[in-house]
Design a protein around this ligand. Structure first.
Ligand SMILES: Nc1ncnc2c1ncn2[C@@H]1O[C@H](COP(=O)(O)OP(=O)(O)O)[C@@H](O)[C@H]1O
Ligand SMILES: [Mg+2]
Length: 378
């Protein structure tokens, strides 16, 4: 591979680094311009301390290659892996948006809660990605690849400004996680399944547990495992210490609480056994709100409310017309968070009905049965 000194911050003769986006446990992410395809990409540069470890890099590379097989509308694509000057980069699609962690923090600052419909929609999109990845088979052998994400957390759930939701970093943190066994707890202790926290082996049900942790946080506004230190959170994660009273206070729908509780069962055998099983229950809830497009519209309205500044900055970067076009179909009266909060309260939007979607379906069936009996008797 031809090397070019990164004086002009050009990697692999092709990727022109524009700015640093952020830094995580394993790597620093940059926005870069792909000079061949003439589009933006995200370059993930592995921290130097990991780059020195040959075993780590080999495993990392293998993971990157595996991840590059994943092609799904809810997964951030990996498009390249580069070694240059003893530095290692993963090239990914650039996400024009923010991650869910950012949205959570933004909502905290604005003092608005995330409506259950929005929370479940986001997780619903993540579940579609998980379903695809968990079930992926090797094209040659036909065997399941047993792909597990291992780090389903708000920082890896990417929210595009145009309303798409994608999961990033499949399998990439696996090696970072292994360090937990050595008591070097790095990263996201708050988003660990008990089996992960105890250093045991994990399967797809660990990913579903993490969806439960995120849903709990989105709905209650509090992380499941809070504490002053990583050690404290880690202990709670190992014991699955969950405050269900808080969930009860913040989530009035028995049906939604039941979904979250089932996701957060300590024993993997008591949880949903597959992403699709969970998705079926989510769909029952979504049915109450009409079609997918209606729900997405609600979600985009909420993004517009909570990310007003970011959207307007993105608008300035791209030309306001583009942003206006994206949101043209949405109502315009939610620009003001206070007004929106009042509107939600008036609609009872923040209060979920006690009645579950399933209950509603059952009620309808009973009604139909009664009408039939009545007709027969006539
Ligand atoms: N493909 C991408 N496009 C745009 N931003 C990204 C992309 N991948 C990661 N980021 C952002 O870069 C920052 C660091 O990401 P990462 O190293 O994956 O951190 P973490 O360990 O928290 O997942 C985060 O703010 C994340 O939102
Ligand atoms: Mg990440």
């Amino acid at each position: 591979m031809k090397t070019l000194k990164s004086k002009n911050k050009i990697v692999d003769v092709r990727y022109d680094i524009r700015r640093k986006i952020g830094s995580g446990g394993i790597a620093t992410v940059y926005k870069a311009r792909d000079r061949v395809l003439n589009k933006d990409v995200a370059l993930k540069k592995i921290h130097d301390k990991y780059a020195e470890n040959k075993n780590f890099i080999e495993m990392f590379k293998r993971e990157a290659v595996n991840t590059a097989r994943l092609e799904h509308e809810n997964i951030v694509r990996v498009v390249n892996f580069i070694e240059e000057d003893e530095s290692y980069y993963i090239v990914m699609d650039y996400v024009d948006g923010v991650d869910l962690d950012y949205l959570i923090k933004r909502c905290r600052v604005l003092d608005i809660s995330i409506p259950p419909l929005v929370a479940f929609h986001i997780i619903g999109e993540v579940v579609k990605a998980l379903d695809y990845a968990h079930k992926l088979k090797d094209k040659n052998t036909g065997r399941y690849l047993n792909i597990v994400h291992r780090d389903v957390s708000p920082g890896n759930i990417m929210l595009y400004y145009d309303g798409r939701v994608k999961l990033a970093d499949f399998g990439i943190v696996q090696m970072g996680r292994k360090r937990v066994k050595n008591r070097k707890i790095a990263g996201k202790v708050s988003y660990m399944s008990p089996e992960q926290a105890r250093g045991g082996s994990v399967d797809l049900r660990a990913d579903l547990f993490c969806c439960g942790l995120i849903l709990y946080e989105l709905i209650t506004g509090k992380k499941v495992y809070a504490g002053n230190s990583n050690m404290e959170k880690w202990e709670k994660a190992k014991k699955v210490e969950i405050d269900y009273e808080l969930l009860q206070q913040r989530c009035k729908s028995r049906y939604l609480r039941a979904i979250i509780k089932r996701l957060l069962k300590e024993n993997p055998a008591a949880r949903y056994q597959s992403a699709v099983e969970l998705f079926i229950d989510l769909k029952r809830y979504f049915m109450k709100y009409g079609g997918y497009e209606d729900i997405k519209k609600e979600y985009k309205n909420f993004l517009k409310l909570s990310l007003t500044k970011e959207l307007s900055d993105a608008g300035k970067r791209e030309g306001q017309n583009e942003i206006d076009k994206r949101f043209h179909e949405e109502s315009t009266n939610i620009n003001n968070p206070v007004k929106y909060k009042r509107k939600l309260a008036a609609k009872g939007g923040e209060k979920e009905e006690e009645e579950s979607a399933v209950d509603a379906v059952l009620d309808a069936s009973i009604l139909i049965a009664l009408i039939l009996i009545f007709l027969i008797l006539l």
